[in-house]
Write a protein of this length. Structure first.
Ligand SMILES: [Zn+2]
Ligand SMILES: [Zn+2]
Length: 274
């Protein structure tokens, strides 16, 4: 499995363009700029497509011409910018499946032309489906747009057997949700850590403390083990400056994702494991 992080930042990016806090100034001075979180998997499958993501991809040197499937977690604008469907239609780019919760797909309808080969595939937590050559399991998110259940997470297995978890956006999982990922032994986990050192911003996102709690839960469930690479994404400016962030995440067995980072993810075993 070949994964390119097209973005590793929160909705507002990091630095937040309107902010002069120490964390944003430090990131700007280092030239570590993070756009809205998204990942391109095997060149064909896009995990989330926020309003800023297509331009981020181009600036990072990645074409989206080969994308045949978009997995949308929820309708927040940093995860779904449906206008991209119109821009794509000007490129005669061929068939596309947009997979996501029904409420998110509703946002797409007005941006699809009558002859545009775009198919909307509604899913909910608990579903399993083939998406092109990838197997996708839909997991619940402790996050909502308008109603419980209108945000999901994705568990993706590549044809070579490598398996990843795309977990943004989500707050802390209730303890009884971990059974859904029991013994998953992911090769790569991309999980949000939005709020950094701020613990007072609600439970729709993770901060460093709850990020550690979720990782511990995933380890206990056998979803994460010593061979799993864990990248924190959806990073916002309430995080400490980069060296402090790296130290805090390394202590938890993780690293911060960076825009443009390419992760070659070798499988543990050949072929689909499920
Ligand atoms: Zn978000
Ligand atoms: Zn969100």
């Amino acid at each position: 499995m070949d994964v390119v992080l097209l973005g590793s930042g929160a909705a507002d990016g990091w630095p937040n363009p309107f902010c002069a806090c120490g964390s944003c100034r430090d990131a700007a001075e280092r030239g570590v700029v993070r756009g809205q979180s998204s990942a391109l998997v095997d060149g064909t499958l896009l995990l989330d497509c926020g309003s800023g993501v297509p331009a981020q991809a181009v600036r990072l040197g990645h074409s989206l011409a080969g994308v045949r499937h978009v997995l949308v977690t929820h309708a927040h604008v940093d995860h779904l910018g449906p206008q991209a469907l119109l821009f794509r239609s000007w490129a005669s780019a061929g068939p596309l499946d947009v997979v996501g919760p029904a409420a998110a797909l509703e946002e797409c309808r007005d941006w699809i032309g009558p002859d545009d080969p775009v198919r909307l595939v509604p899913v909910e937590a608990g579903d399993e489906l083939a998406v092109g050559e990838h197997l996708v399991r839909v997991l619940p998110a402790a996050h909502r747009v308008m109603a419980d259940g209108d945000a999901v997470l994705y568990d993706v297995t590549a044809p070579d057997g490598a398996r990843l978890l795309w977990a943004c956006d989500t707050g802390p999982w209730p303890s009884d949700w971990y059974v859904a990922v029991a013994e998953a032994r992911y090769d790569l986990v991309l999980i949000e850590q939005t709020h950094g050192r701020r613990t007072d911003l609600g439970d729709g996102h993770l901060h460093l403390g709850t990020f550690g709690d979720v990782l511990a839960g995933l380890r206990e469930a056998g979803a994460v083990d010593e061979r799993t690479r864990v990248r924190a994404v959806h990073l916002g400016h309430h995080n400490p400056p980069e060296p402090e962030l790296v130290a805090a995440l390394v202590a938890l067995g993780a690293e911060p994702g960076r825009d443009g980072e390419r992760l070659a993810v070798p499988p543990r075993a050949a072929g689909h494991r499920r």
